[in-house]
Design a protein around this ligand. Sequence first.
Ligand code: GLC
Length: 521
Amino acid sequence: MAAADRDPTEPWWKAAVVYQIYPRSFADADGDGVGDLQGIRSKLPHLEWLGVDALWLSPFYRSPMADFGYDVSDYCDVDPIFGTLADFDELVADAHARGIRVIVDWVPNHTSDQHPWFVESRSSRESAKRDWYVWRDRTPDGAPPNNWVQTWTDGEPAWTVDPQTDQWYLHLFLPEQPDLNWRNPEVRAAMADVLRFWLDRGVDGFRMDVLHALGKDPDLADDPAELIPIPHSALNHHESTHEIVRELRSVLEEYDGDRMMVAEIFLLDTELVASYYDGGAGVHLAFNFPPLFAPWAARPWAVRIDEVARMIEPQGWPSWVLSNHDQPRHRTRYGSEARARAAAVLLLGLKGTPFLYAGEELGLEDAVVPEDRVVDPGGRDGCRAPIPWTVEGDHGWGRAEGLDTPWLPWPPDAAERSAEALRADEGSILHLYRRLLAARRASTALRLGDQAMVDAPDDVLAWDRTGAGGDRRRVIVNFGSSTVDVSTLVEGWAVEVASADGALGTDGALAADAAVLLRPT
Ligand code: GLC
């Protein structure tokens, strides 16, 4: 059944499972050791087999790659390293033909310092684009305009003096990523046109980068001294962003087909994240990162799940994510494959839209990156290691110039964890993800149903999902390192998917670091 027919009265993104692709690291069609759009296209049959509903593509736009694509120098073109606009059109057409939606990354807070807008803005204080960025005069004491700290570098100011005009410019990220001035209506109009450019090409929505950073305090007041050196990008929260979000939403609504936005709100406070839903007038979905930072333990997860129910649900539909291109993979954080498997049941059993990060379905760990191979100023190379596709040789990749591997080293056990090896093994984590995705597709309770926690022993979380027509599922997760008796919780239920063979004994004992998805008997 096509996705659209499953839940005709609901927007597609509520029931979808979204799969994040980091294009540099996903698949390499031209053999240069860096992934590309034709590489992604060549893997669509595999993604359809896996059962994902939508792809989120991290940036593939023209970029000097100071932040590997999150520093955009042309929002409306494909960087030659990834291919061409024609390749993009083919990718979208092929994905749509397979019933897979495509959402793309939109990076509105900053451009590259090579973007023609910034080149013009920095050329003179009188430039017509001067006000498109945030410029401030030098003061006699030489201190930056405020105490904001940039991201990743240890406590460095979020300001750089540009020698051409002897003023500071603001950059919440690298100096190569100057912040746009969203108070300027021309900036808003130009960036709305970028959305239209991709909407016209048929994208189904956008992942909006650091959306909470757009509206800034007009006085650029200092951050509280006790919070320094937390980067300002993790603290910025200003009323004016809500109006910007409503405007962006109206651009999406110029188009039919439930075009959507999912916002990166990197504020580690679920109440604040909830505010960006704006009671239904704001974002369709927001990433809520506190659960990603919760340790593998029942109590912290119970707190996070409860917060989402109390704070996000009154405002909108939740989303869940365990890994992405900015954080160590959860397989690495949690420390074992058993936990990564149980986490898959957790993620795909919760109420809300799950986001998978390419490679988690292979149980990949972060690569260990030797110092001479480090390329990211933010220390994020490990989770961006290339996806191993085949067992032999270069695992389906070419080699980067002068290297005997692609642009980053392989993750551990690349041959054993390749898609080819795991597809051949019915008991693998890859098949577990496939079974879980199939179970979601088949159950309205899992896709869209309500959620109610059920009393459970220490170390265990259990909840019920209840959907239209009386459809019901139960999820039980044992976060502990010992077997737990859950016999009273499984009475009247049968295992639909287990995180590992024999996770639930016939005596009702749930193994350590194991989880089950149950359906009524
Ligand atoms: C977001 C992205 C991250 C990027 C940063 C600046 O946090 O996820 O990868 O470096 O924004 O654009």
